[in-house]
Write a protein that binds this ligand. Structure first.
Ligand code: PLP
Length: 385
């Protein structure tokens, strides 16, 4: 049975073109870019080229790109590096729906005397703009708000938020891990100061990420040690990963617009058919203002995990909004923040597509979903027969 992979917000397949670009860097061109000899020096050129490719996708300057080990490191660097650079300010503004790479860091900082404001969102996953305007004050060191939500795909009005933060003299960071490679960016025309991205979400390998730092932004290094990345991030570079990320960004810059049209058509077909054929289900998040590849659907009175297990039997990979924590099934913090009722949040499934999905896969899933939902509803103690 062939795997049907609809879990691309969790991670993506490495593109063949990316792998080809990386291959020589393991056993042939394995020098250390910091070495004085020519063998190492040529690796430095590869990194410079990758930096240009990443900068190209974001319409930024190569000097504004720092390579990291993942999206989580980029987020940690942005938050902790900003706070260290502006030690007199003690307030951070974020949202209740951030990825743990931001939310856990902010909550931990509360234990160190910071005030953290977590902005609420509405039923469609949209930000409370008035609360944001009200909360930015003279004590605010940082506003950190994600570009697009990993669970629902809902996109926040980041350029508008960045403009507001800049007008108040506050540093603005966005976790764009789910946005980069799926929607176009033009950072030369934006007030975003810091932006995180991660290789494995855009068909580059795991273990590499980047942080965009707008020229002039004050940021203390998070990783201390050697002088790599112009003293902004210590640690010998993951050269194959960096080269892979560069190639993935080049491919995204070239192809994303066309590919996204196709991916959106497939997503809409899958979503439309499920909503039509399965009674008692609803879409979570703003229908229009979201990533073209993501669909988050709640199925009343059935467990998301049960749906996932049955999908898995058919070789279909998706993900659920619940996380099994300390023996109890906690519904997703994102869906709860949106006010999705407990029973619906528990039965939520995220389908996230990529350019490698086909119409045949979508049709097969559309055929199986009503059967799965009907079977589980018959077993549900909440459904009156
Ligand atoms: N931020 C968002 C929105 C994410 O979806 C993820 C990963 O799922 C991360 C950050 C963390 O990225 P990484 O897995 O590269 O550490």
């Amino acid at each position: 049975m062939k795997t049907i992979y609809f879990d691309n917000n969790a991670t993506t397949k490495v593109a063949e073109e990316v792998l080809e670009e990386m291959r020589p860097l393991f056993c042939e061109l394995y020098g250390n870019p910091s070495s004085m000899h020519t063998f190492g020096g040529q690796i430095g050129r590869k990194i410079r080229h990758a930096r240009e490719q990443v900068a190209g996708l974001l319409a930024s300057d190569p000097s504004e790109i720092i390579f990291t080990s993942c999206g989580t490191e980029s987020d940690n660097t942005a938050i902790k590096g900003t706070l260290a650079a502006v030690p007199d300010k003690r307030k951070i503004i974020t949202t209740r729906v951030e990825h743990p790479a931001v939310l856990t860091v902010c909550r931990e900082l509360e234990n160190h005397g910071y005030t953290v404001v977590e902005l609420g969102i509405d039923r469609q996953g949209r930000l409370d703009w008035h609360q944001l305007e009200k909360q930015i004050d003279d004590d605010t060191a940082l506003v950190t708000i994600m570009y697009a939500n990993n669970e629902t795909g809902v996109i926040f009005p980041i350029d508008k938020i960045a403009e507001l933060a800049t007008s108040k003299g506050v540093v603005f960071h966005t976790d764009a891990v789910q946005g980069v490679g799926k929607i176009p960016f033009n950072l030369s025309k934006s007030n975003i100061d810091l932006l995180s991205l991660s290789g494995h979400k855009l068909h580059a390998p795991k273990g590499v990420g980047a942080l965009y730092v707008k020229k002039g932004t004050r940021l203390s290094p998070f990783m201390l040690g050697g002088h790599q990345e112009a003293g902004r991030r210590a640690g010998t570079e993951n050269v194959p990963g960096i080269v892979g990320l560069g190639k993935a960004c080049e491919l995204a810059a070239k192809n994303t617009k066309e590919e996204n049209k196709r991916v959106k058509c497939l997503r809409d077909k899958l979503e439309g058919a499920i909503l039509e054929k399965c009674p008692g289900c609803q879409l979570n998040g703003d229908k229009d203002n979201r990533l073209p590849n993501t669909s988050n659907i709640s199925f009343e009175y059935i467990e998301g995990e049960a749906i996932l297990l049955m999908l898995d039997k058919y070789g279909i990979c998706a993900s659920s909004g619940s996380a099994c924590t300390s023996g109890s099934l906690e519904p997703s913090h994102v869906l709860r923040a949106m006010g999705v009722p407990f029973t619906a949040a528990h039965g939520s499934i995220r389908f996230s597509l990529s350019r490698y999905n086909t119409e045949k896969e979508v049709d097969y899933t559309i055929e199986k979903m009503p059967e799965i939902v009907n079977k589980l509803r018959q077993l549900s103690p909440f459904v009156t027969k």
